[in-house]
Write a protein of this length. Structure first.
Length: 406
């Protein structure tokens, strides 16, 4: 009886200890999540503040100061009088210079073109006055919450211009030939100076050239995560048009436009078993970006939407979710309410964001019906247009890969 008594006491004490241990672990995890939220808030605020200030400084020189976006790379000289711009969606390079006369402008454009033709992502990130400052500040303050890396060392546009074979002679010939084109002259904000603008059209096959550059990474991650390469390619083109330094206001970074606090955190946790924020320099490494973007696609396709039986239906839902979120896709099927603009109204109180609730509805439809239902009922037009573009490009990339164009 005495032995039984001591045994029960032992069990009780250990149960208490285990309960305390679980509480301590839960508190530690919640504290860590709060620290991630705090880090991202500061991360975002520093970026927005920095770029707003930089744009204000640029407005002293330029009537319409431009910054890098998802599909356009923009870089200024230190004195802010030279602007290099690559529009990856339209396939156009423009170099604009604020100068006193044509001869001076031509020489500055010559140097700018040579620099752009040989520039790589690593140099561009390090030269960016906002990014370099924010990355350094975050690295000092949030080493435990944010993952840092070196940006990849790949051409901004040189691979397109020279078919992946950049030589001094090719660069010189390109610059000389470009300077034979007409230079547009426009008014400037600076007294006694004008804006001189040169426009260059990229080769018509530039998208295929960029696609080939990333083929190793795309195929590696497609095989690793059970995806089709054409899906990854279609997402990359739709998200960034192959702009390796793509950036949106959200903020999202790189080829597959990874948002650090959502897709980045989710994918990193899936891969490395602990949620972390990913810094801009990490996501401006194309190997990292394709890894994280592909891992997030896997999480959606094989995780959140694993209950969707038909692979084609699951693919349509995954494409839409990559843009608008898993909950918004579920709500498209769950909610029957519309606002005055005809947009689907999603309410948590009704369980509209529940994937489990949406599954029977999705599984009762044919893939074609799922596709058109999403086009009609997704809340935002951006998500609808995204689904159309990615689906079309998915088919085009399937054809390109089958015919060995990539």
């Amino acid at each position: 009886m005495k032995k039984l008594f001591f045994f029960l006491i032992f069990i009780f004490l250990n149960a208490q200890s285990f309960s305390d241990y679980k509480k301590a672990q839960l508190k530690e995890f919640n504290d860590y999540k709060l620290s991630l939220q705090k880090a991202f808030k500061e991360y975002k605020e520093n970026l927005n503040k920095g770029f707003n200030q930089y744009k204000k400084e640029l407005s002293n020189y330029w009537k319409n100061p431009e910054l890098t976006t998802k599909k356009i790379f923009v870089e200024y000289s230190k004195n802010k009088k030279v602007r290099k711009k690559v529009d990856y969606e339209k396939g156009i390079i423009t170099v604009s210079v604020i100068s006193k006369n044509n001869n001076e402008a031509k020489e500055v454009i010559r140097k700018a073109l040579k620099n752009l033709a040989t520039e790589n992502t690593k140099n561009a990130v390090n030269k960016n006055p906002v990014l370099s400052k924010v990355i350094k500040k975050l690295d000092t303050k949030y080493k435990n919450q944010i993952v840092f890396s070196n940006p990849s060392n790949e051409p901004i546009v040189g691979d397109i211009l020279f078919k992946n074979h950049i030589t001094k002679e090719k660069v010189k010939n390109f610059v000389d030939k470009s300077l034979q084109k007409p230079i547009k002259i426009m008014p400037s904000k600076i007294k006694n100076e004008k804006v001189y603008k040169l426009t260059i059209i990229l080769p018509p096959d530039w998208i295929l050239i960029k696609a080939k550059r990333y083929k190793t990474d795309v195929f590696k991650r497609a095989n690793e995560f059970g995806l089709t390469p054409s899906l990854i390619y279609a997402i990359i083109q739709t998200e960034s048009s192959y702009n390796p330094l793509a950036r949106s206001y959200i903020p999202a970074f790189g080829l597959m436009q990874i948002v650090p606090a959502t897709a980045g955190k989710d994918a990193y946790e899936m891969l490395y078993k602990k949620p972390k924020l990913l810094s801009p320099d990490y996501l401006y490494n194309s190997h990292n970006n394709i890894l994280i973007g592909s891992a997030y696609l896997k999480r959606i396709f094989y995780g959140y939407f694993r209950g969707i039986k038909n692979p084609a239906s699951r693919l349509y839902c995954t494409i839409a979710a990559y843009n608008t979120g898993v909950g918004n896709v579920a709500c498209a099927f769950n909610s029957t309410s519309k606002d005055y603009k005809g947009r689907t109204i999603c309410k948590r109180s009704r369980g509209d964001y529940s994937i489990k609730k949406a599954l029977p509805i999705i599984n009762s439809m044919k893939p074609k019906e799922v596709y058109y239902y999403l086009l009609k009922n997704l809340r935002y037009d951006e998500g609808k247009n995204y689904l159309k573009k990615v689906t079309l490009r998915y088919i085009l990339y399937l054809h390109s890969l089958r015919t060995n164009k990539i």
